[in-house]
Design a protein around this ligand. Structure first.
Ligand code: MAN
Length: 367
């Protein structure tokens, strides 16, 4: 088994935190666990169900959930699936005592100097009448990685509804790097594939659900090595596909809960005070919390406010213990008046739900 739980350092960090968590978690959490779905192929099992994109369609709430699979693990090997460029699944198996193997992170291994993911992810549609009980409807296809830039899978899809079309922006992983793929659909049966819209290293793309002064806007997260870091950027586009005028707008904050990396959640929410964005921030020890920022309605590259403390922290057992513990990560929500219902990945293993009041988030931001 590959492992999972984090060092005692994390417990110390939890104790120091200010516990400003204002999320109202569903009592039914976790809503979905790996055992609730069938694997996509014989010989695979689902290790994690996590990080769903969320949207409304045909009167229901839908999740486009990330399903992370691998073979059952033996005592002596680590094994994981990889797609070929033409879409067949192959299994890579490495002896745990191989001196060329570095396996210290549950999510990634390094073998002979090359990084691989320990699971292969695809995206699957689930829907619900009440936003709590989700099922897989008949007649909708699973979405798999496609082509040479998605051979390690597709992950963490944001779904933006803009002018009658759903834009799916997701992490596309391969041995060439981690970039952003895009597909669009109107009916969730037929998809137009745009390939990679932002090259490595980039992820966490959330397209705004309205154009501003005729232009599309998106948040994204390039990672800059040596100089720079893992910061949230904003970009503009004439067509939703080609992006330019990039600006860095939200950086990590030293010594705080978001000191290691920050990345956008789902599409920003238009409110009377600005575009409200729930984002994730992590420490260098990979403890993932959620915070919020408010962006100017007319010029969303201007940050009006940002929460000092996290609005949600991994506190429940299903958030602290699992495939990769001490993680709450969201990339999908629905909004009803003052209430934002987020769906989130907990410990990179379960799908959970929680509600926030927009007014309470404003109060936490001091606006
Ligand atoms: C990265 C991504 C996410 C994952 C978090 C926490 O940001 O791989 O999919 O949820 O790490 O492990």
């Amino acid at each position: 088994m590959i492992n999972h739980c984090k060092s005692s350092l994390l417990n110390d960090v939890s104790k120091q935190s200010t516990m400003a968590d204002i999320a109202k978690r569903f009592s039914q959490n976790p809503l979905l666990s790996p055992k609730d779905l069938q694997p996509s192929a014989k010989g695979l099992h689902i290790a994690c169900l996590l990080n769903p994109g969320v949207f409304r369609f045909n009167g229901k709430v839908w999740l486009l959930v990330r399903v992370a699979e691998r073979p059952e693990q033996s005592e002596v090997h680590v094994s994981f699936p990889i797609l070929t460029a033409t879409g067949e699944t192959t299994i890579m198996e490495i002896a745990l005592d191989d001196s060329d193997l570095i396996a210290t992170d549950a999510r990634v291994v390094r073998y002979k100097g090359v990084d691989y993911l320990t699971t292969l992810s695809h995206l699957r549609l689930l829907c619900s009448d009440d936003g709590v009980a989700f099922y897989e409807p008949e007649g909708y296809k699973k979405l798999f990685g496609n082509g040479p830039l998605q051979t390690f899978g597709i992950e963490d899809c944001r779904v933006t509804f803009l002018e009658d079309k759903y834009y799916l922006t997701f992490t596309a992983v391969s041995d060439s790097g981690v970039g952003v793929g895009m597909r669009t659909t109107t009916n969730w049966k037929d998809f137009k594939n745009y390939g990679m819209i932002l090259p490595p290293h980039n992820k966490d793309v959330a397209i705004f659900e309205e154009k501003i002064k005729g232009k599309y806007y998106a948040l994204h997260r390039p990672s800059s090595v040596d100089i720079g870091g893992n910061y949230i950027w904003i970009a503009e586009s004439p067509d939703g596909e080609h992006w330019g005028n990039h600006k860095c707008i939200i950086k990590t904050r030293g010594g705080m809960w978001d000191s290691g990396r920050v990345g956008a959640g789902a599409a920003p929410i238009k409110t009377e005070k600005g575009w409200l964005e729930i984002y994730h921030g992590a420490t260098k020890e990979h403890r993932y919390c959620l915070g919020a920022v408010l962006l100017d309605l007319q010029d969303p590259s201007k940050v009006i406010a940002r929460t000092k403390d996290p609005i949600m922290e991994p506190t429940e057992a299903y958030e602290t213990t699992g495939f990769f513990g001490h993680v709450v990560f969201t990339n999908g929500h629905v909004v009803d008046g003052d209430i934002i219902t987020i769906y989130y990945g907990a410990a990179d293993e379960f799908v959970c739900g929680a509600k926030f009041s927009i007014r309470e988030i404003y109060a936490a931001m001091g606006v």
